[in-house]
Design a protein. Structure first.
Length: 137
């Protein structure tokens, strides 16, 4: 596997984690709607004159979101395991730390440099070495 493919896999974790967080926020929103309804049947007419139960609408949204959340959490968990396994196989603890800080925790290069007490350029050299050594299965 080439460097670009390794980076693509490593970089895919944080956006997936953010996507999961957004789904969680939406679930919280719809649960609060249900709480506001208090279990009572609140109806209104839509543009076609059909009566709609708002609580049923919120339940349907939650059901759909729960399904999406479950699918995403499985994908995220599998990806995290794949990344963590690859990072753990690196021999150098600095390589492991840097890769975890960058791709799992989402730290900037600048923060990583400060945390590791290295220059920004040296952090990039360490990253390049780690990227060459990491085995993404």
């Amino acid at each position: 596997m080439d460097r670009e493919e390794k980076k693509r896999i490593l970089k895919s974790y944080l956006p997936l984690r953010e996507e999961l967080r957004k789904i969680e926020e939406e679930i919280i929103f719809w649960r609060s709607k249900l709480t506001r309804f208090g279990g009572s049947v609140v109806k209104f007419s839509n543009t076609k004159g059909t009566r709609i139960n708002k609580a049923d609408e919120a339940f349907e949204k939650l059901e759909m979101l729960d399904y999406r959340f479950s699918a995403k959490i499985i994908s995220l968990s599998d990806l995290r395991s794949r990344i963590e396994d690859a990072i753990e196989e690196l021999d150098d603890p600095i390589h492991r730390l840097l890769m975890r800080m960058r791709y799992v925790e989402g730290h900037t290069w600048e923060l990583i440099a400060v945390e590791l007490s290295y220059s920004w350029q040296h952090v990039h050299k360490i990253h390049a070495d780690a990227l060459n050594l990491i085995n993404m299965r």
